[in-house]
Design a protein around this ligand. Structure first.
Ligand SMILES: Cc1cc2nc3c(=O)[nH]c(=O)nc-3n(C[C@H](O)[C@H](O)[C@H](O)COP(=O)(O)OP(=O)(O)OC[C@H]3O[C@@H](n4cnc5c(N)ncnc54)[C@H](O)[C@@H]3O)c2cc1C
Length: 441
């Protein structure tokens, strides 16, 4: 039976909060869905009462608060079915990346996964899905075979390249929260079992050398080599090794699917610089999440990003002026090397048509609501400085928090795709039932 929690229900608070506490939903009703029929009931219940419908899976990418609306919490929809022969998986709406990676590994297979095993598989795909191995495998959205979705009319539909093709096109890249509630997706799995990967921390006085070396090195590496750099002042926590506690560091991360010998040769220039820590080694694919080692404790954070066409030595210097050891930036900065297969069109076209760019520059910081404007102003200065290297685009999946503008979101797409997305939205959700997530208009 479908459960409808109101504000006085003892489970209400537990069901409305996710990882990013910058958005604290205060919905009128929460439905803790366990399967598709609960989602159908919830959407009909909301539309009968004129309420909007919002979705919460893990809370890693919230947009606006779902205050006064009906919030469907999908975290209990945790079913995973794997076809090892056909090399695909059916994944329900509440499954996290780590659970899927573990389940697929039993069959010697791997999904295209992002950097954090805590992120929800479905929404990661709906926003494009920048996988750690994206440079060799492309966007995760290109590996979606089918999407089961409950639309605003309360109907459960199965959309594929041939059935409901417009919806299938739009959901893949433009489907986070705006077109319906996805109850499950079917995705490709890949015969990958191991990686040569890990991270190296470098001290503040090497940040300039590391970033300049990385800028030149990324122009030379094969698509099988993925890497990123994090510039961060580490928290002063007793759980951290003494050499990292409270220190500014550059954290360089690698994930390579070629041989160990080739991997060692490729990362040698960085080992020669003398990292403080070095965890780069051969590892099973399910340990992918240890490479970025992202925090898991809920926090109120705000994130922005820009796609860059180039990251050269001049860009490295400009970045360090804002986010280097002397800058005392109120945010961390991460650069991901993209390009490769991420720049090529998928076999089946999707809303994620904009694929130019060779790097994603991400900035994120923890801030209370009152501190958020200061953080936003700092991001503005950073991105203005980096504009000469920018494509003018953003990575859609990395936009979160209540203050993302329609124009900023639209810059993640080609103009013709924005128009088509808007037309499909009007056709499938004419009353804007799914109004909480950032829209394009
Ligand atoms: C630590 C961290 C690491 C990340 N790493 C990567 C990465 O490597 N690559 C990458 O591409 N992205 C990455 N992201 C971004 C992440 O993929 C997106 O924010 C994604 O939308 C989060 O999905 P979620 O279900 O975990 O979060 P939620 O906040 O629960 O959902 C995000 C939004 O998606 C919508 N949504 C959720 N479930 C459904 C559904 N079933 N149907 C329809 N809409 C739904 C909702 O509108 C919701 O607002 C990362 C984010 C964080 C915080």
């Amino acid at each position: 039976m479908t459960r409808y929690l109101n504000t006085t229900d003892p489970d209400y608070d537990d069901q409305r909060l996710g990882y990013n506490l910058a958005v604290e939903h205060k919905p009128e009703i929460i439905v803790p869905a366990e399967h598709a029929a609960h989602v159908v009931d919830a959407v009909r219940h909301a539309t009968d009462r004129g309420l909007g419908v919002a979705v919460l899976a893990t809370g890693h990418g919230p947009s606006r608060p779902a205050d006064g609306q009906l919030l469907i919490n999908t975290s209990r929809m945790d079913g995973i079915t794997i076809d090892p022969v056909g090399r695909w998986a059916r994944v329900e709406a509440g499954v996290r990346g780590g659970a899927l990676t573990q389940a697929a590994a039993v069959h010697g297979l791997a999904p295209l996964a992002g950097s954090s095993p805590e992120v929800g598989v479905v929404s990661f795909h709906l926003g494009g899905g920048l996988g750690v191995l994206g440079r060799s495998l492309g966007w995760a959205v290109d590996h979606v075979r089918a999407i089961e979705v409950v639309t605003a009319d309360g109907v459960l539909r199965r959309s594929t390249a041939t059935s409901e093709p417009d919806l299938f096109w739009a959901l893949r890249g433009g489907g986070r929260g705006t077109l319906g509630v996805v109850v499950a997706i079917e995705i490709d799995l890949h015969p990958i079992t191991r990686l040569y990967g890990g991270g190296m921390h470098f001290p503040a006085d090497l940040a300039d050398r590391v970033l300049s070396t990385w800028a030149e090195w990324t122009a030379t590496v094969p698509e099988e080599m993925a890497s990123s750099v994090l510039l961060i002042r580490m928290p002063d926590l007793p759980a951290l090794p003494e050499e990292l506690r409270g220190r500014y560091v550059a954290h360089l991360r690698f994930a390579f699917t070629g041989s160990v010998a080739d991997g060692q040769r490729l990362v040698a220039p960085f080992r020669a610089l003398g990292p403080i820590t070095d965890t780069v080694t051969e590892m099973p694919y399910p340990q992918l999440g240890t490479i970025h080692a992202e925090p898991t404790a809920p926090v109120a954070f705000h994130a922005r990003n820009r796609v860059l066409h180039t990251f050269d030595v001049a860009a490295a210097r400009a970045l360090l002026q804002h986010a280097g050891p002397a800058a005392e930036a109120p945010y961390l900065v991460e650069l991901r090397h993209t390009g490769g297969a991420l720049g090529r069109a998928g076999a089946v076209p999707s809303a994620l048509g904009r694929r130019d760019g060779e790097f994603v520059l991400y900035a994120g910081g923890a801030a209370s609501t009152s501190e958020a404007p200061r953080l936003r102003a700092a991001y503005k200065r950073l991105f203005e400085e980096m504009a000469p290297w920018g494509t003018g685009g953003v990575c859609v999946n990395f936009l979160s928090g209540p203050d993302v503008s329609a124009a900023e979101l639209a810059s993640g797409y080609r103009p013709e795709d924005v128009l088509r997305l808007e037309a499909i939205k009007r056709a499938v959700d004419p009353d804007n039932v799914f109004r909480t997530h950032h829209g394009l208009a």
